[in-house]
Design a protein around this ligand. Structure first.
Ligand code: ATR
Length: 276
């Protein structure tokens, strides 16, 4: 039977096996999908072993996404731009790498939540790997503006410069600090920082949020994070966490591996934790 797995550390709480098994069942595909807790600093050896045992593909999560990018022989544009991979496919001696996180985010916002990005003013909080992966898929939707705000301002400025060098319009994509946001309001605000994981709030001025906008936290299953609480205080009507992004990136990987795109709605419903 074709073998797949998710590798991370820690990995205990990963929902990926549940998601992929549901996809396989619904689409009539025969495969196994397991969890691998990779020893720190040993990504390549762990991936080599899985391949030697017949593994066909891996999902990759924290802290191995950069290692996975270095391990691969063939990088898709999404993995190259992000400097990180979240899905690998093994074909003989080749290892193909993709990063589906950003596509998953955009599919969730546009298709599932019904919020077109085109012509919208979008604010991305954070300048780490999660933001890197989101920039190209968001720009592909042609927002009016995409501002990347980060606590360490230089990182956001550098990130914007990196994408400008690859042809992103500097009128649309801009990097800066939270202090630059005091006069601006955004239609879509996405928290791509790791602050929610430690119940922290990025220093976002409440005036950057709009009542008829969307506030999206990339974390999943944490309920009303401090960021979403701020959005509620600003009376933002549409609040979302990253459950849809998680399921959509999994669907992209499944389609890449198996050639069949599974339906995502029932799995999203199953995994949704109320935002309270
Ligand atoms: P990831 O790969 O998940 O994006 P990362 O590369 O470690 O993780 O990046 C984490 C991001 O969250 C960074 O942009 C970080 O800001 P700094 O670059 O200034 O460190 C941001 N971050 C983490 N905790 C934060 C907090 N409490 N407030 C604001 N930003 C925070």
């Amino acid at each position: 039977m074709d073998r797949y797995a998710v590798i991370g550390n820690p990995i205990q709480h990963s929902k990926s096996p549940l998601i992929h098994q549901a996809f396989a069942q619904a689409s009539g595909q025969t495969l196994t999908y397991e969890k691998i807790e990779g020893p720190l600093g040993q990504f390549a050896a762990t991936a080599d072993r899985f391949r030697a045992e017949g593994g066909r593909g891996l999902n990759v999560t924290v802290p191995f996404k950069t290692d996975a990018c270095a391990y691969a022989t063939d990088l898709a544009e999404s993995a190259r731009a992000a400097g990180a991979a979240n899905a690998l496919k093994f074909e003989g001696n080749r290892c193909l790498a993709q990063n589906f996180d950003g596509i998953g985010l955009v599919r969730d916002i546009v298709h599932n939540l019904g919020r077109p990005v085109q012509g919208q003013r979008v604010l991305l909080l954070g300048a780490g790997g999660a933001t890197r992966g989101a920039i190209l898929p968001l720009l592909a939707e042609q927002p009016a503006r995409l501002f990347v705000a980060n606590r360490t301002v230089d990182k956001a400025v550098e990130l914007a410069r990196f994408f400008h060098d690859q042809g992103a319009a500097s009128r649309v994509l801009e990097g800066g600090g939270y202090a630059d946001l005091s006069n601006d309001a955004f239609d879509i605000v996405i928290n791509a920082t790791s602050a929610s994981l430690s119940a922290d709030l990025p220093p976002l001025p409440i005036t950057a949020l709009k009542a008829d906008g969307l506030a999206y936290d990339m974390v999943y299953g944490k309920g009303l994070t401090p960021f979403l609480q701020l959005a509620r205080q600003a009376q933002v009507q549409h609040l979302a966490d990253g459950v849809g992004m998680l399921v959509e990136q999994a669907a992209e990987a499944f389609a890449w591996w198996r050639g069949v795109r599974p339906d995502t709605q029932s799995v999203i419903r199953q995994l949704t934790v109320p935002l309270v």
